[in-house]
Design a protein around this ligand. Structure first.
Ligand SMILES: NC(=O)c1ccc[n+]([C@@H]2O[C@H](COP(=O)([O-])OP(=O)(O)OC[C@H]3O[C@@H](n4cnc5c(N)ncnc54)[C@H](O)[C@@H]3O)[C@@H](O)[C@H]2O)c1
Ligand SMILES: O=C(O)C1=N[C@H](C(=O)O)CCC1
Length: 266
């Protein structure tokens, strides 16, 4: 089997580091370079925590793609750079696997169009943890039967975007099947703005940020005399890596934008 040539953007970050280690322990993955906003000209192995990863660091994405000719770009950076990296990758025929969250609907549409134009696949997964994908699907099933639902997502306090990509994706999946309703009392008033959370199609999303947390979400359904809670917890970032591996393997088989791991999980 030919090895899959991979570039990682954001390799020094919390997720990027785990993705580097994933390539190190996966026989058919070949890390050929990393993208950073500093350390041009160095090797990744020059940096703490990356002994043995003797691959070049690039700050110029085009130079990186021209030199290394990767099959796949894994992006784990920020919304602004993630979007730019994914677009540039597609324009070079490189298939992006994007874990970066905070993309707008317009970003997604543009990437979908670019996939079609370039006849290349791109996978964007708001959450790579397989249990989180199941939590979203189970919530979608429950939303058929329960109109009243609120999403509570809880993340570490270094997270830049709110609500989380997972919460938005969960709301989108539920909105496909849920009978529309505005959550709460029709006359309710917030005495402190934001008290009722973000409004997505009448569903409320509450974002908690605390040190010590990693990534957690509970979807709470209520009906007369009962409630149903569907919850997922990631206790470390290794929990995301089986999803990253799957996405890298699957992105080579598609020529469209895939938004959400549920679309490629058997
Ligand atoms: N899809 C998932 O399952 C999942 C899981 C965890 C985190 N995330 C998302 O992944 C992203 C990264 O999260 P994190 O916790 O690793 O963040 P982090 O801040 O630890 O890492 C981000 C890295 O990107 C680098 N970076 C910033 N700008 C860059 C640029 N222009 N070029 C190259 N590198 C650049 C930073 O130096 C940093 O090392 C976030 O958007 C987060 O929401 C997704
Ligand atoms: O750490 C983060 O940031 C995470 N972001 C994802 C999101 O926005 O849903 C999920 C996993 C962790």
């Amino acid at each position: 089997m030919n090895k899959i040539k991979i570039v990682i953007a954001g390799a020094r970050g919390r997720m990027g580091k785990e993705a580097v280690y994933l390539t190190g322990r996966t026989e058919h993955f070949d890390l050929v370079g990393v993208l950073d906003h500093k350390h041009e000209g160095k090797k990744l192995s020059d940096l703490d925590g990356f002994t043995g990863y003797d691959v070049p660091i690039y700050t110029d994405i085009e130079k990186c793609f021209q030199t290394e000719k990767p099959d796949v770009l894994i992006d784990l950076t920020t919304p602004e750079f993630g979007y730019y990296h994914a677009k540039t990758a597609l324009s070079y025929g490189v298939r992006p696997v994007v874990g970066t969250t905070g993309f707008t609907k317009e970003n997604l549409q543009e990437l979908e169009d670019l996939c079609e134009e370039m006849n290349r696949g791109c996978i964007i997964a708001p959450n790579f943890a397989l249990g989180a994908v199941l939590m979203m699907k189970f919530s979608q099933i429950a939303a058929k039967y329960y109109q009243d639902v609120e999403i509570m997502e809880m993340h570490h306090d270094q997270k830049l975007d709110a609500p989380s990509g997972t919460a938005i994706k969960t709301a989108e999946l539920m909105a496909e099947v849920r009978q529309a309703k505005n959550q709460g009392h029709p006359d309710e008033k917030e005495t402190i703005p934001g008290a009722r959370g973000a409004d997505f199609d009448g569903m409320r999303i509450h974002s908690t940020r605390l040190p010590g947390l990693i990534a957690h979400q509970q979807v709470l359904f209520g009906a007369e005399g009962e409630s149903l809670t569907i919850r997922h917890d990631s206790y470390n970032r290794v929990s995301f890596m089986s999803g990253v591996k799957l996405a890298v393997e699957e992105v080579l088989k598609v020529n469209v934008l895939v938004y959400g791991l549920e679309n490629i999980m058997e």
